[in-house]
Write a protein that binds this ligand. Structure first.
Ligand code: G4P
Length: 535
């Protein structure tokens, strides 16, 4: 690698931040995303993400589903710049029902922002997504939103987060109230107060802030002596009794820096963004089958974390989203798909602002590129221009809901099989058969991580593959893949309360009707081995 390219690679890695926002629906993720884009100059008027999204909904059947349900089904990637940083924001679906996509997106992120509603604190969906991050030791930053209206006392809220999620917290900013109105935040690292102007435009433009010292008389006058006194006491208490700030602990995922703000009014968004960019990790090194890959390694490496078919209904295309892990990517570059040993040229990678695509010439570690795919790529595939290696740790998830899929017109079986095969490759469905050899035979069974995934499947099977279907739910919902002697597996599958199935690759699994039956089998059936996901 030339000296010049090496310097550019080092610079690119140093200034890249790739993260995802995790939250429960309604905490304000769309609003915060808009505001981050606003500060990043990617859009000029906040609100346009939503309105443009709505305008584009009309464009395809696929998006019609999103519009009907008022939800975002797919994850997209947004890139913007701020203060010399290149930021990749990986968007995860906002609906409370979710699919494996959401989880996999977190694997492509180097850090996560956990967004909380100041009245609700930690909610179900936050907990699920948090646990995925925690398992991977992903650094987690907390943003307490909606502080423009009265919420749970900040100290109590932090206490709840710590006890509920088992992570230590360190407030980096602290909310300041004028009577009960949110007036600004104190930045504990910079030791200044940011006072915001409400403005007349409901947060459509950046909030202007003036910075003053916490002991400034002006602040005392503004807040009133009593509130000001309480603020100083809170700050002293945090210094004495709170977790001290340790950057290493943040990077290890053991300490979450906490910020307070209001995405709607923009209060606290910019101080958050600034501190976050400074504290969040640049692209991290990743484990592979041949050892750790550093982002500054010369060879290009990346992995497919998501495949999306038919993003544009007019073109029936498939886009594979590749997270670049090391090296420099150039348009037209020849790379190897390690799983198949095939060499492929990546002619027109794309970069995304929501769903708008622009062709790009180059990409660096931390970036996500969209590669047009003719069906050869799979989730988890590693691409490289160097020696063979494969990235580990693209998690697979066992479905939690199962259903028989029944064709409206039995003649459409071929279309159904094509559709199911492609949705499986994309990771949008998991399909199972009651016989290990004869896929075209009995009624296929589909599995999903969240119920919404079934709606998406049915919609896509009908509109993209011409196979209108309905589903018939199966009550059994505890799958375990099994390995061991065939006759033992078949015997096991014949017992009551169980169903023997085969996944798309022919691996046998047993579906248990209840948790009790599953536990019983795990304890007693020692002639076979049980696995949570396909071995
Ligand atoms: P989501 O993507 O996490 O589901 O949340 P979204 O941004 O759509 O926000 C959910 C609701 O919360 C919206 O209200 C939004 O305006 C509101 N919200 C977001 N941030 C703040 C904040 O800082 N303060 C307050 N007070 N509200 C906030 P809505 O009435 O459901 O929708 P809309 O009519 O405002 O679009």
């Amino acid at each position: 690698m030339s000296q010049d390219l090496d310097t550019r690679l080092q610079d690119a890695v140093r200034t890249r931040r790739t993260f995802a926002i995790i939250s429960h629906p309604d905490a304000g993720k769309t609003t915060l995303t808009e505001k981050l884009l606003l500060y990043g100059g990617a859009i000029h008027l906040a609100g346009s993400v939503k309105s443009r999204r709505a305008a584009r909904h009309a464009a395809s059947d696929w998006m019609k589903l999103e519009q009907e349900r008022g939800i975002s089904v797919t994850s997209s990637v947004m890139q913007f710049e701020y203060d010399g940083y290149h930021i990749n924001l990986l968007d995860t679906p906002g609906h409370e029902d979710f699919s494996e996509d959401t989880y996999r997106t977190l694997v492509a992120a180097d850090s996560a922002v956990m967004l909380l509603d100041n009245r609700k604190g930690v909610e179900d969906r936050t907990r699920q997504l948090f646990s995925v991050c925690k398992r991977r030791r992903t650094p987690i930053f907390t943003f307490v939103n909606k502080c423009d209206r009265v919420g749970v006392d900040p100290l109590a809220l932090i206490g709840d987060v710590e006890s509920d999620l088992g992570i230590a917290c360190h407030p980096v900013t602290w909310p300041i109230f004028n009577d009960s109105a949110f007036a600004g935040v104190y930045d504990r690292r910079r030791r200044v107060v940011f006072l915001f102007d409400r403005g007349e435009d409901h947060g459509a433009t950046r909030a202007e802030a003036q910075t003053i010292d916490a002991n400034d008389q002006k602040l005392r006058d503004l807040m009133g002596a009593e509130s000001h006194e309480r603020l100083l006491q809170d700050l002293a208490l945090l210094d004495e009794a709170g977790h001290p700030f340790e950057h290493r602990a943040v990077l290890d995922g053991d300490l979450s820096p906490v910020f307070f703000g209001s995405a709607l009014t923009n209060f606290g968004v910019e101080p958050f963004l600034r501190e976050f960019l400074e504290l969040a990790p640049s692209p991290v090194s990743r484990e592979s089958t041949t050892g750790v890959v550093e982002p500054t390694d010369e060879r290009f490496t990346g992995f497919v974390f998501k495949i999306q078919a038919n993003m544009d209904a007019r073109h029936r295309d498939r886009v594979a989203f590749v997270r670049v892990c090391s090296g420099h990517f150039e348009a037209g570059m020849q790379v190897k798909q390690v799983r198949t040993g095939k060499s492929l040229r990546l002619p027109s990678p794309q970069q995304f602002l929501a769903r708008e695509r622009t062709a790009i010439e180059e990409a660096w570690p931390g970036d996500v590129i969209g590669v047009m795919d003719r069906g050869g790529l799979r989730i988890g595939d590693t691409l490289t221009d160097g020696d063979d290696l494969e990235f580990s740790g693209i998690p697979r998830f066992a479905p939690e809901h199962f259903a028989r899929i029944i064709l409206a017109e039995p003649m459409k079986r071929k279309q159904l099989d094509t559709g199911l095969r492609q949705l499986t490759e994309e990771g949008a469905a998991q399909v199972f058969y009651t016989s290990g050899t004869e896929t075209a035979g009995p009624t296929p069974i589909v599995g999903a991580v969240g119920m919404l995934q079934f709606d998406v499947m049915l919609h896509r099977l009908e509109h993209e593959y011409g196979a209108a279907c309905r589903i018939e739910r199966i009550s059994a919902r505890y799958p375990r893949w099994v390995t061991g002697p065939v006759e033992e597996i078949e015997r096991l599958g014949r017992d009551r309360g169980r169903m023997l199935l085969y996944d798309a690759k022919g691996n046998p699994l047993i579906l248990f009707e209840d948790a009790w039956g599953l536990r019983w089998a795990l304890e007693r059936e020692t002639a076979v081995q049980f696995h949570d996901v396909a071995p």
